[in-house]
Unconditional design. Sequence first.
Length: 166
Amino acid sequence: MTPADCDRVAEIRVRGWQTAYRGLLPQSYLDGLSVEQDAERRRTFFAQSDGSVVDLVAEQRGEITGWACHGPYRDGEVRTEDAELYAIYVDSGSFGNGIGQALLRESVRRCTAAGHRRMLLWVLEGNVRARRFYERAGFRVDGAEEPFEVDGVAVPEVRYVKGLAG
């Protein structure tokens, strides 16, 4: 990913939230998401990066169709030796084309090569589609849960883990 990709990544991310979380998060919150604000946040994150967070984009015919981001696992404010998949989104027009699987495989490959023993991720408990996606890729629920609140609505997250061959 380059700084020039931030606008398209933000578009995919915001539309991804609006699609994947419909019925799981308050609609007023989803409607209020701004591609422009998210793009600015992406640019700020990118500019302040210390290199520990890796942003990957998938392209088809010269157009970005997906984005994934991984780095050290965050246990509160502490970064651990494990890896964490922070985000993965695919343009809704490209669902089912293997883009998400390719991004996830590449993130896992890079984290394995970097010597991480495990990769963890958080997913909304009610996001059945995402949960099936991760389970097909070998991730398993490990029992950890995290409270998440959006506009006063409780939206619990569950943690998934995958051992990485080293």
